[in-house]
Ligand binder design. Structure first.
Ligand code: CTP
Ligand code: MN
Ligand code: MN
Ligand code: MN
Length: 360
C-alpha cells in the first residue's frame, strides 16, 4: 500500500478527450486565472501560448477536489512552467500578479471591449488600437467604416454581452424550428454548443440543421434566412447576420452557416427601466448533410478545447484526421462512416464521453 500522504495525488489522462469534465469545477480560482491569460494570448495572436494555458486550465477542471498545495500537482501532464508559476502565485497569494497586471493593462481592456462587438476579431481590434481607439466612444467618434454586422454589433452591444439563458435559448429554438419546417418540412434542428453540454448560460445559441434525405439540405440556409427576414415584425424573430467568409479559412468547416442576431421579446416581468421590450441575442445556425451529421454534432458541441484535443488525439495517436465533416483513417486510406457520436469515439479508441462531460 501507498505511504500516507497529507494530500491525495491525482492521476489524470493527458488528452482532455480522455477525461470526463463536468461543469462542477473545484478549482475555479486557478482556472479563471489561467483562462484569462489564455484569452489574452488568443487576443494577441499568440495561439501556442493560448493553447498551453487552456490545456492547463482544462486539466485543473478535471480534478475531483480543490488543489491546495503545489505538491499535489507533481507528475501531472499539461502543466507547463509558466502555468505552474501562475498556479503557485494564486495558491500562495490568492491572486496571480500576471493576471492582475494583464487585467489592468490598457491593451487587454481595449481588446476585450472591441472584440466584444459582434463581427470584430482580434485582428481588427489590434488595428484600431494601433490607431488609438480603445473604447466604443472612441470608435464611434473615429469615423471608421464598419460593415453591417459590426454596425449591428455596436448598436446591440449591451444586449449581446449579456449572457443568454437556457429559457432564451429554448425560445430561439422554437423560432428556428418553425423557420426550418416552413421552408423544408421534415428537417431536423439540434441544439449544439454550450447549451448541449448543460451550461445554464452562453454567449450565443448554436443550432445544427439537417434533413433525413441526403441532398435536400442543399441551399437550405439562404431559404431559412429569407423566411426569417420575412417575419421580422413578429415578437421573436431574426434581426441581422454576418455574411460567412467568401472562402472559409482552411481550419474552418465548409457547411452553410449563418452567424446571426435574433430579437427576443421580453416577458412583462423582464422589462427594464429603459422600457425596451425586446433584446438582441447571438445565434449560430449551421446546415449539415445527414451523412456528415454525427461529425457535425460532435464538432459543434465543443468545448473548443475538447474539440482541439479530439483532433490532436486522432492525428497523433491514431493516424486519423477528424473534422466536423468526416473521419479519415490515414493507415487504411479511407473514410470511416458514422451515424452517431458513439461510433466516432469507438473508431478513435476512446471511451464515449457524453456532452455534459465535455466541458474541458
Ligand atoms: N465552432 C466551429 N467553428 C466556428 C465557431 C465555432 O467549429 N467558426 C464550434 C466550436 O469548436 C465549438 C462550438 O462551435 O465546439 C460552439 O462554439 P461557441 O458557440 O463559440 O462556444 P460554446 O461552447 O457554445 O460556448 P458559449 O456558451 O460561450 O457560446
Ligand atoms: Mn465533484
Ligand atoms: Mn455557443
Ligand atoms: Mn457559437
Amino acid at each position: 500500500s501507498r505511504p500516507f500522504t497529507e494530500v491525495a495525488l491525482f492521476s489524470v489522462s493527458s488528452y482532455a478527450c480522455q477525461r470526463r469534465t463536468t461543469l462542477d469545477n473545484h478549482n475555479s480560482n486557478l482556472t479563471d486565472a489561467l483562462s484569462l491569460l489564455a484569452e489574452n494570448a488568443e487576443l494577441s495572436n499568440e495561439d501556442g501560448r493560448g493553447v498551453a494555458f487552456r490545456r492547463a486550465a482544462a486539466l485543473l477542471k478535471a480534478l475531483p477536489t480543490q488543489v491546495i498545495s503545489m505538491s499535489q500537482l507533481r507528475g501531472l501532464p499539461c502543466l507547463g512552467e509558466h502555468s505552474l508559476r501562475v498556479i503557485k502565485d494564486v495558491l500562495e497569494n490568492g491572486v496571480s500578479s500576471e493576471v492582475e497586471s494583464t487585467k489592468q493593462s490598457k491593451r487587454y481592456k481595449a481588446l476585450k471591449i472591441l472584440t466584444g462587438i459582434f463581427g470584430v476579431g482580434a485582428k481588427t481590434a489590434d488595428r484600431w488600437i494601433r490607431e488609438g481607439i480603445y473604447n466604443l466612444e472612441q470608435l464611434r467618434d473615429s469615423g471608421q467604416t464598419l460593415n453591417r454586422a459590426q454596425k449591428a454589433g455596436l448598436e446591440h452591444y449591451d444586449d449581446l454581452n449579456e449572457p443568454v439563458t437556457k429559457a432564451e435559448a429554448d425560445a430561439i429554438g422554437e423560432i428556428v424550428q418553425k423557420a426550418v419546417n416552413s421552408v423544408l418540412p421534415g428537417s431536423e434542428v439540434a441544439l449544439t454548443g454550450g447549451f448541449r453540454r448543460g451550461k445554464l448560460t452562453g454567449h450565443d445559441v448554436d443550432f445544427l440543421i439537417t434533413h433525413p434525405e441526403e441532398g435536400k439540405e442543399v441551399g437550405l440556409m439562404p431559404k431559412v434566412v429569407a423566411w426569417l427576414e420575412s417575419q421580422k415584425t413578429t415578437r421573436n424573430s431574426y434581426l441581422e447576420s454576418k455574411d460567412g467568409p467568401a472562402r472559409p479559412a482552411s481550419n474552418m468547416d465548409r457547411f452553410e452557416r449563418c452567424f446571426s442576431i435574433f430579437k427576443l421579446t421580453k416577458r412583462k416581468e423582464q422589462e427594464t427601466a429603459s422600457h425596451k421590450i425586446w433584446r438582441a441575442v447571438r445565434v449560430d445556425l449551421v446546415v449539415s448533410p445527414i451523412s456528415q451529421f454525427a461529425f457535425a454534432v460532435l464538432g459543434w458541441t465543443g468545448s473548443k478545447l475538447f474539440e482541439r484535443e479530439l483532433r490532436r488525439w486522432a492525428g497523433h495517436e491514431k493516424n486519423m484526421s477528424l473534422s466536423s465533416h468526416a473521419l479519415f483513417d490515414n493507415t487504411q486510406n479511407k473514410y470511416l462512416r458514422a451515424t452517431s457520436e458513439e461510433e466516432i469515439f469507438a473508431y478513435l479508441g476512446l471511451e464515449y464521453i457524453p456532452p455534459s462531460e465535455r466541458n474541458a
